[in-house]
Write a protein that binds this ligand. Structure first.
Ligand SMILES: Nc1nc2c(ncn2[C@@H]2O[C@H](COP(=O)(O)OP(=O)(O)OP(=O)(O)O)[C@@H](O)[C@H]2O)c(=O)[nH]1
Ligand SMILES: [Mg+2]
Length: 361
């Protein structure tokens, strides 16, 4: 509103009283009406969108990707901060692979790599460390070509082995190790997209998607903390609910009797029933379809084993997608008429652009 009055004041300063026969008061009323109308339309064009979904479903990655595609580019300072995050990701993920090797008794191809492994584990144990020596990068270079390490890296790429840590991004990072460890090189957009950072508080991204100015939000913190903030979003135009489709065969780490996709469905139900979102559009994004596709077509992990009611062909991707979409739609039907459903690979620009182009919010 303040903005409206400031603009009104300016327009009065520039107005010429000789060209208009209306009284000063009526002119002023008309101007106020016009500006209020314009202001209301601007507000209408702006979409406020809340991202929600279970942990690891891709919220932060999609938010970052939308900024890269439609928002303000990352600055040099931001990239410098991301660089340290990426290096820390690389080392802690490598440590997870080494732990997996120990658990599964996978041997190093070259015994001398044990010292390098120890150096990485020692670095990862020191939470505060912001200094990475050349020796640590050298360790990664040697481990990267060790067949034992490579095999563990492959096996942990998507918790196929039910190991709780996915190392898909580590694969990408260590393939780009020379560039990422060079002191003056700043990370690219793709590097930032693949980085992982624990979120505290609220992240806001402002961007223009098509004709619309959008304000996108992700809430960090524990579930309890998020509940305290959720009422701030009662006026949001849309809720983007993300569910990782590749998790159909995985369990929650905190309760191994609960399937992760079933947990997503439970959370989705609470979102569709929430009074705060009664007037918001709900858009369901099934993420990680790239991994889902690989998993289902491999034939190694049949959906029917985890969802016995699935009676379509085991490797029919379209039928499998529809099966899960129907589960979510059924839940949504209880409280609302329709939801939009999209299947995306959040890491692919084409996939994200396609979903945004057909989005109706
Ligand atoms: N291959 C693939 N990886 C994805 C996709 N979406 C997200 N990821 C990866 O999944 C991991 C988790 O993604 P995040 O964006 O951090 O998930 P989040 O929902 O913000 O997770 P929390 O903040 O823990 O709730 C990251 O390593 C991403 O790179 C996808 O569509 N395909
Ligand atoms: Mg996140």
């Amino acid at each position: 509103m303040r903005e409206v009055y400031e603009r009104l004041h300016l327009s009065r300063l520039h107005a010429s009283p000789w060209q208009d026969t209306r009284s000063a008061e009526s002119r002023r009323n008309d101007e106020v009406d016009d500006l209020l109308h314009e202001w209301a339309n601007e507000k209408k064009r702006e979409a406020k969108i809340l991202f929600t979904g279970c942990g690891g479903s891709g919220k932060a990655t999609l938010l970052r990707h939308l900024r890269i595609l439609y928002g303000v580019p990352y600055t040099g300072d931001e990239r410098r901060q991301w660089k340290m995050t990426i290096i820390k990701n690389m080392l802690s993920d490598s440590d997870a692979v080494l732990q997996y090797m120990r658990d599964q008794r996978i041997e190093f191809e070259n015994d001398s790599n044990k010292d390098y492994a120890q150096a990485i584990t020692a670095w990862s144990c020191n939470d505060d460390s912001n200094v990475v020596s050349g020796h640590i990068f050298e360790a990664l270079k040697y481990l990267r070509i060790d067949k034992g390490y490579q095999s563990a890296l492959f096996q942990t790429r998507d918790s196929w082995t039910h190991y709780p840590h996915s190392t898909l991004n580590l694969h990408y990072f260590i393939n780009n190790l020379e560039r990422l460890s060079a002191p003056n090189d700043l990370p690219s957009d793709e590097d930032i997209l693949r980085a992982s950072k624990r979120l505290c508080g609220i992240t806001e991204v402002i961007c223009d998607i098509g004709e619309r100015k959008c304000r996108l939000y992700e809430l960090g913190g524990s579930r309890g903390e998020r509940k305290k903030w959720i009422h701030l979003f009662d006026d949001c135009s849309a809720v983007f609910f993300l569910a990782a489709l590749n998790e159909y065969d995985q369990q929650l780490s905190e309760d191994s009797s609960v399937n992760r996709l079933s947990e997503a469905l439970t959370l989705f139900e609470s979102v569709t029933r929430s009074v705060w979102f009664a007037n918001s559009a709900i858009v369901l994004f099934f993420t990680k379809v790239d991994i889902f596709l690989e998993k289902v077509t491999s034939g190694e992990i049949p959906i029917g084993k985890y969802f016995p009611e699935y009676d379509m062909l085991p490797n029919d991707i379209a039928a499998a997608q529809e099966f899960f979409a129907n589960k979510f739609k059924k839940v949504a039907q209880i409280t609302r008429k329709e939801i939009q459903v999209h299947y995306i690979n959040v890491l692919s620009a084409e996939s994200v652009k396609e979903a945004m182009s057909i989005l109706q919010i």
